[in-house]
Write a protein that binds this ligand. Sequence first.
Ligand code: ADP
Ligand code: MG
Ligand code: ZN
Length: 497
Amino acid sequence: MSNYLATIGLEIHIELKTKNKMFCDCLNDSEEKHPNLNVCPICLGHPGTLPKPNKEAIRSVLKLGSALNCHLREISKFDRKNYFYPDLPKGYQISQYDMPFCENGYLEIPFINPQTNLFEFKKIRIRRIHLEEDTGRLIHENNKTYVDFNRAGVPLAELVTEPDIHSAEEAKKFCEELQLIIRYLKIANADMEKGEMRCEVNISVKKEDEEGLGTKVEIKNLNSFKAVEEAIKYEMERQIDLLEKSEKIIQETRGWDEKTQKTISQRKKEEAHDYRYFPEPDLKPIKVNEEFDLEEIKREVPELPNEKRLRFMKEFGFKPKEIEELVYDFELADYFEKVVMELDALKPLEGERREKRIKLAYNYLITDLRALMFQNNYKISDLKIPTNHFALLINFIDENKISSAAAKSVLAEIFESGANPEVIIKEKNLFQISDTSEIDEIVKKIIAENPNPVADFQKGKANALQFLVGQVMRETKGRYNPNIVQERLKSLLTTKE
Ligand code: ADP
Ligand code: MG
Ligand code: ZN
């Protein structure tokens, strides 16, 4: 079998989370359960009504374009895309044809190189991002079809990539990273399962050494990142099989069938629509530079995931996998950064000592605190523990002033109340004793009471030492620092010889 190369381009629709619809004052409320409530003569396409563009939606798409390194057009316009379908009341969709708001950008998808354990980035070019309106929704029930126009006229951003993607994993990663950026920008929720982000895959396959690109097939109906990945894997195999049998690939639209995990032919090229695009006569072209403050829009773009990845790597010395936990939850990441600032303010440390304490804070945050948040269904904004209290607790652990068991119970308590951990630790007498003369007394007692383990240790059994440490810890209810106990035990046992 020859070597084949798959080529993939994506067309992605994103429902923007604006207050109102794209061309009227109806609410853009995806949670509205009652059908046909958020409608008006404009979004229902009544004759004689006039659309007016939603500035918030345009700002959102310009923000996305800036975040994705696009050229923002100075003049942009809307066009009519004409077709008939029962979910489209006007008989056309207002979209953009040849003058989209954003063009020629790129997104760098991150990968972790397993050899170096460092981030690597692959650039995927973005051809365009334009703005259009969503259609209504058809509901098929009991052999009847109902139509709900609540979604008709909701602003949709459509992003089209160049055919720069070459595997199912890359395509999935692109969608995930785009969703993450959209969430950082707070312009949409972009949940694929809810249809807030819809991804169409264009895919062709060719022999590796062949010039140009193969015939492409478009796949629709992909409702999750997983579906994007699985559909591409399936389609690659299907197309390679055809080529191996010297059969032709037909340019067509195929639908992904979740049940059978196969793509099914839906529409051939000959049956494709002619949309008869023409400039929307009811809307003036938009002078983007004059009507929008582009500098302000660019300033509103926050630190993006890739910038965060590289900065966290440099500042905290974390591994990519550790960083991803924070990058995927920017509110948690912000909380963490404040904790680090509080730690530095509490007691400045340098080099490895500082990194060790930061790592400790990270582990308590990602494991223990996040588990508590999960159990209580908390978001970061629900959290009662101020960052300085969290930092204080971490510092006590770092300085061996409390045991990790005690730390966990204190954390659970301040999670409930937000209280200062120091107060609780004092109240409950949880500070570990590090004073060796006091420890030595107990250690001597335990040595005297356990002749057999002592003998074992002296014969070289390491386990015996752990047993003795355990005995001291039990006797003192964990109030001594186990490291110091171990050290004193060793020292007293060896000087005895
Ligand atoms: P169409 O005119 O059929 O819509 P476009 O040129 O607009 O095709 O491209 C649509 C999407 O398909 C883009 O994302 C593009 O990158 C991708 N694409 C174009 N040609 C190919 C190809 N031969 N194989 C894979 N993807 C392709
Ligand atoms: Mg197209
Ligand atoms: Zn309306």
